[in-house]
Design a protein around this ligand. Structure first.
Ligand code: SF4
Length: 332
């Protein structure tokens, strides 16, 4: 096997046994642990879970952008074979500008309200490429067109507040794609948008994935958002991945009771006999109130005494951590 072949076969991103902790006055609090994930070049991973499950923290940890008192407490985050947890801040910054990018839920966290969109895109281009202003402007127009913004030449001179929420998010996607990064982490970028705009952006992203070949991690609390986008889906609950596998398998034949619950509680499912929608009992625990053994135990209809012990990780291409998994029956 040649070096080039070996490299093509390596995952772009390989997380093993990663933990994320918060240092508190009472000692470290573990927010995420035993995290194992692999992502190939050109692949889209949907990272799904309720609020507080640790999915956004995972995104920030990969980017080396956890804010103190949060930090990576252990494990390895290999990006193209290099362990990001050992890189110095300057090397991480270089990677973030060129080879990795992040898109946030609120585009105004990315955009400066006092500068025109054009100025911001042009500055982002020139920060990493030695081009003159005219060439940078031409590239900025192309970047806006790439994400479906019409009349781009004229719109460059507008300020963020003159754009709709959907257009602002398209701009932040355009900025993330400027240097054709190998990895893009999108943290609920369409959650605040209405359903139609969300659907349009998801379609554009799917087209961009095929066109550019970048790998994406698309973080969402909503399985239906990642359903048409992701090649693989990882479901997080209370700081752990409880199920991970090919998107179609996870969506149609989930093995973990939590994934089953998420799918059954989707709003487009038929209501129960009393007219209510099915929902998972209880709520996700705060970090300090997680139970030992399986953390889903207090909410799980299948729980028994065995579940007081940590469940084993089963499967290879389709993994799940449960003592009493479903047998793969179709959910709908
Ligand atoms: S290990 Fe037990 S409590 Fe946890 S998901 Fe499986 S059946 Fe439910």
């Amino acid at each position: 096997m040649t070096d080039a072949t070996a490299k093509a076969d390596e995952p772009l991103l390989d997380l093993s046994d990663v933990s994320i902790v918060f240092d508190t006055a009472d000692g470290p609090l573990v927010a995420v642990d035993q995290l194992r994930l692999r992502l190939a070049r050109g692949q889209v991973l949907g990272l799904v879970g309720e609020s507080g499950s640790g999915k956004s923290l995972t995104g920030f940890a990969i980017m080396g952008a956890l804010d103190p008192p949060g930090r990576v407490g252990g494990g390895r985050i290999l990006f193209d074979g290099e362990d990001l947890t050992t890189l110095d801040p300057a090397a991480l910054r270089r990677l973030r500008g060129n080879r990795m990018a992040m898109i946030l839920q609120d585009p105004m966290l990315t955009l400066n309200p006092t500068l025109t969109i054009g100025t911001q895109i042009i500055e982002a281009i020139r920060a990493h490429r030695p081009v003159g202003r005219a060439e940078a402007r031409r590239l900025a127009v192309a970047a806006m067109r790439r994400v479906g913004i019409g009349d781009a030449e004229k719109r460059l001179d507008s300020y963020p507040h003159e754009y709709s929420g959907g257009m602002r998010q398209r701009v932040s996607i355009a900025i993330a794609l400027l240097h054709a990064p190998d990895l893009i982490i999108a943290d609920e970028p369409t959650t605040a948008l209405d359903v139609t705009v969300q659907a349009q952006i998801l379609l554009e992203v799917r087209r961009l994935v095929e066109e550019m070949g970048s790998a994406w991690i698309w973080i969402s609390h909503d399985l239906s958002v990642v359903a048409g986008l992701a090649d693989r889906i990882a479901v997080m609950y209370a700081g752990r991945i409880v199920e991970e596998g090919p998107a179609r398998t996870v969506l149609t034949r989930p093995r973990h009771p939590y994934t089953q619950g998420l799918l059954r509680s989707a709003p487009d499912n038929p209501p129960l006999a009393d007219g209510r929608l099915w929902q998972i009992a209880g709520s996700a625990p705060a970090i300090a109130h997680r139970v030992s053994g399986c953390r889903f135990r207090p909410r799980c209809p299948r729980a028994d005494a065995a579940c007081a012990e940590p469940p084993p990780d089963s499967g290879t291409t389709h993994r799940f951590a449960c003592w009493h998994p479903h047998d793969g029956e179709a959910v709908r």
